[in-house]
Design a protein around this ligand. Sequence first.
Ligand SMILES: [Zn+2]
Length: 1059
Amino acid sequence: MTMNRTENSFFRKTRKNAIVKQVREHYIRPDIPCLSELCSRTPPCHLRVVADSTLLSAEATHYLIPDLSVVSRYLEILEQEELSNLVIAQTIMASLEQHDRLRTYRRLRQVTSDPRRRSVFFYNEIFSETYVARLPNEGQKEREWRALCRVAAWYHHHLNGLLPILLLSENFTQSDLTSQESSVGIVVCSVKQYLDRFWPGCAVLHELMGSLKDAVFEEDLTLERIRMTGKVGELLKKSNVGEPGYEEYKAADELEAGVKSGRYFQGVLRVSPSNRDQAYINGGSKIGGDILIIGNRHRNRAVHGDVVVVELLSENSWTVPANSMSYDLDMAKAAEEVGEQLARQSSEIRPTGRVLGVITRNWRSYVATVQEDAIDQGGNVLLTIPLDPIIPKIRVRYGDVRAISRQRIVVRIDSWPTTSQYPNGHYVRSLGPIHQLDTEISAILVEHEISVSQATQGFSEASLREMPEDTQQNPWKPDPTELKRRRDLRETHTVFSIDPPNCQDIDDALSVRDLNDGTVELGVHIADVSYFVKENTQTDLEARARGTTVYLADRRFDMLPAVLSERICSLRGNVDRFAVSIMWTLDQSYNILSTWFGRTVIRSACEMEYEQAQKLLNGAKSVEGLDQSLAQKLRQPILRLAEVLHVFKARRSAKGALELESSEVKFRMEEGQGINDIIPKDPKEIHKIVEEAMILANSSVAERIYQSYKDSALLRRHPLPVRDHFKMLEKAAASRGLSIDYSTNKSLADSLASCAQQYQNDREFIRLIKTMATMAMSEAGYISTGAFNIDQYHHYGLALDFYTHFTSPIRRYADLVVHRQLMACINGSRAATPEISLESRHTSLFLHNAKLSDLCDHLNRKTRASKLAQRSQQGPIIENGVISEIRANGFLVFVPRFGIKGPVYLKDKDGNPVVPTSLLSGNQEEDSTYISNCTLSISPPTTISVQIHGSPLPIIFGLFDKVRISLKLHMSHAHRHSVYMTLIGLHQSEPAIKKTIGERQLLPEITEGERHRLQRFTIENVAESGLDTFVFRQTEVDNSAYGLLEKFRRMAIIELGNG
Ligand SMILES: [Zn+2]
């Protein structure tokens, strides 16, 4: 290959305004590919270079080349999913780099790395056919423009003029082209002209362009500030000291030097969800905990999530973090706080600081509502109130206030000048009218950074075209050639699946049989999704972008089209299905002798429900829904399965596996009515057995792929807990005379077991302690083996050295990647079938560590996002709770049934007692009238006592006391309807109440209250579990259930078991 070297020099202004000359050696290559499906060469020029990169589509009507002016101002338009087939020239990227506009750079990179966008990065600056040398006295802008024109002309010729090449520019027009370029059909247009011509009906794009036109971006402000150095800058600063007058940020290199020397501290700014006036960053080992940042002035325009540099304030302003719960605290935030505050609750004096500068902005799209009084005032600058209360109000310019006044809208922050109380942003799009179901769902998705199109649009045409046929007339049948390549288990193995009722997407099935030589063969069979979804097909790209199936209470957003997820991949009963099977041969003590991995064909004997399998396990003679002979056939395998997996579970427990609380709830749906019920998940023995089988499969696969891919296996690890996070739990447990040792998973498991032992009659307390332990743990995440040392692969919660996600390929993209890795491993040791060898050609994905790490990050984000969204759901009403924290103005109550936590206030904002009358009367209707003659004495962290005048003894609320609370809906315009808690009384079984007020006086009221409750709710007695389980139903259809349900969303917990 011939390469030419040239030298490329330019002047660069540093952030401190020094001018430096940079010289770059420049290598020119002759072989840069066009990356278009329309390539006119045979073979296409991209084949030589990259196997799996995104290509510009052959079906496009034009290709788009944006220039720097468009990228700077209208990047967000380019980011909209409507636009595709962009050619991002290296010229643009180099220019962004040179001007330190790394955020813009990264966002553009994201566009080209999303395969659905069909957009490419084109290395024009190192390509001999497109390189443009700078002419003497030519400005940088002009040279860049010529370079882009050259790119456009090159594409035009290379693709034989098959489609128009558009140059997008705000600075140049058609008349800036050479006559030759013009004559071959290259078109220059502005963003407005482009949208008018190609997207005339797309209101979203036009509105967005309108709001971006006037936006002032932070980058522009910074450049402005750099330009106005010295006295001019000082003058400007002075003249702008209006209120609130934030301080300018220090220059980047000054901040950097300060952090290096230890004078300043760098960290991610977190705003306390329970008290928004307080934010903090982790001060690292030198500070030994958090640095508090109190008030807006010290926060200095930093927004939750920004990476900031902080300077400590003088020691006399250090303070104890506020202990009161703020009054607009909602339950979701309170729940989130459990995890945060565990680490941060402190009665010690903490250092305080102020923000000197922002290293990285972490602004995202926010769902917001127009502030109500803005509507009367008119004018076109509005204040919008983000749904997430820790985000400040955002100023937005919009022409027609009334049009969006009752809508949920998406806004983005652009800049926050020192003179402005609130950040400036722009309107992006409307999600629809407030409190409408579809709007609220879209809002949840935007807030969790899940693409709205996943919710609103189905799968693309292109992806549906790839689907195999499966209709009534022509049902899908296994291909006979493919059948021959697979191990056939249809006649030899009794395979069955165990799932919740009405499960459509059955990922996994099981089998177990005794072999003649006294050994036992255990099988886990997983849907062979990787056979149907080949890498880099349209379906694969969409699945990757979706990342996971998102389950909301009454609907789900699939990762794969229904024909795969519900039918052809789903391991349904009595039909032939392709599977990837793992079969362990076990000796008589159930030690693993050997493990077989491979592709199989199965025919499941039965789609069992958990309930049915549990009944078989309990020895029931007949089971509803199973015919006699089937029950007979399945009983023995179920019993054997239980026996085997109990042994495996016991072994894992001996190694320190944790039994934690998941606080998972499930929703009962009624056709056409939405959610009408919420019930806690109550794991039965059979759940744990199935889960153990999946854990075994996942860990066996993890070990297998690690053997073959030491540097690039996709594993899932769960790191050791962070010491600080356990402090609160330790304290809480200590108040009951318990000790929690979390030095190893084994010791933690032992301490939790001993708590459970000592308090075996107090299930709520045990549940609270376990939940606190769960939340104090680190989160599990995906890793690529190359990025970590082997001693860091460990899964702490499950007590396993290797773990991965393999068993849910229909619902999680990570599992699909792992399937491909496993298939490639097997292929390495056996003769390649054509189909497998095709896959291994694409193993470049796994071998490319950086790429896999990106994918890991993406999956981590998506998994968390979908978990949060799942919890965005709720229901009623009167419940038992446990006091989990005492605060200066009330306490936080943990409700084990829903796994949520919320504030109960005993003092109002002015410090007056607000102790509900219901505490005395037991009447739940009286929870918002207050006892007038009482005094409170509060002594955190242990007790609050309420002295009612005339009563001999105070009512004392202590940590871990049980209370009855009422969950109610609060209607809100700006925010979602929220749930709040009020205190009804002490738990009946709690002796304190009788002791305090006198049994005889209270009993009638309590009984009255009970009767009331019985009328409102149906009670189901679930005899099997030996527990009285209440199944609550709402009395009226509540169509704002989504608003309510949202409040459960923050209880994201590390996964358990199969997680
Ligand atoms: Zn080509």
